[in-house]
Design a protein around this ligand. Structure first.
Ligand code: ZN
Length: 263
């Protein structure tokens, strides 16, 4: 059920972002769309098909089960309505922040998450560049989170849509007016804020983990305001995967199974 909302919202925001970065890119001469887009969008399509034919809608279904069987924090304290929805959204976002930090710190999970970071260019399609196994891992995290929280089923759908839309937005090769960026990033993650996380420098990659709400990075001390080399000059990607051929579809799919990569 949530798939059509997610896809509709994704398509709408994707078309806006793709047009925006085509006509007014933040970083120029940097696109390589013909080689990168089929890989990034292909990964998204492959993951969507695999999820749909296996465990499609599982997070939403688990939220319904949690409500029916009275499982999880919000169901125990009987907190429903708009407050339950808002608390569910905030807690799910915190858990996704935690999952992202763990994806960088735990070698097994990093093997999957590095695929997202091997993109040598940062644009809106980077926001959907995830290995299918990372998508399944993320589903497991969300299912556990839903049962612990006693998540509101409607909030689960809203959260999935927000997460999708925010990922496509904050990976955009676009520039908001600086004053707007400054105000917006007090609450939400902006493209300039998340771009820092895709820097080749380790200290910058270990920052700005948030996808939607920006406060977690400030609270947990992982916030970096701007990249040290500036947005035009900064190098995107990982130090050990700099060859364009490494970005071929099959190679990207096999990347988590390769040995001797840095963590
Ligand atoms: Zn990351």
């Amino acid at each position: 059920m949530d798939a059509k909302y997610r896809f509709g919202a994704f398509l709408f925001v994707f078309l806006i972002m793709a047009s925006w970065e085509y006509f007014k890119p933040r970083r120029k001469n940097d696109q390589q769309r013909l080689t990168r887009w089929p890989v990034n969008l292909g990964l998204m399509i492959l993951s969507s098909i695999l999820v749909r034919i296996t465990v499609g809608g599982i997070v939403y279904k688990c939220a319904l089960i949690a409500a029916e069987k009275n499982i999880g924090l919000l169901n125990w304290i009987d907190l429903s309505g708009i407050i339950g929805t808002v608390i569910t959204l905030i807690l799910l976002d915190l858990i996704i922040y935690g999952q992202h930090v763990a994806s960088h710190k735990v070698p097994m999970i990093w093997k999957l998450h590095q695929v997202h970071h091997t993109d040598l260019v940062y644009d809106t399609t980077t926001g959907v560049r995830f290995h299918p196994l990372e998508i399944f891992f993320s589903l497991v995290v969300k299912v556990v989170a839903v049962f612990l929280i006693g998540a509101d089923p409607v909030a689960v759908i809203i959260f999935e849509v927000i997460l999708n839309v925010c990922a496509v937005f904050n990976h955009g090769n676009v520039k908001l007016p600086l004053a707007v960026d400054e105000q917006l990033r007090k609450i939400l993650v902006t493209p300039d804020m998340h771009r820092v996380h895709h820097s080749i420098y380790r200290n910058e990659t270990d920052s700005n983990y948030g996808f939607s709400i920006s406060i977690w990075d400030r609270i947990f001390g992982t916030y970096i305001d701007q990249p040290q080399d500036g947005h035009f000059e900064m190098k995107i990607g990982l130090p050990y995967a700099r060859e364009i051929e490494d970005g071929e579809f099959q190679k990207v799919l096999m990347l988590p199974f390769k040995k001797n990569l840095s963590s």
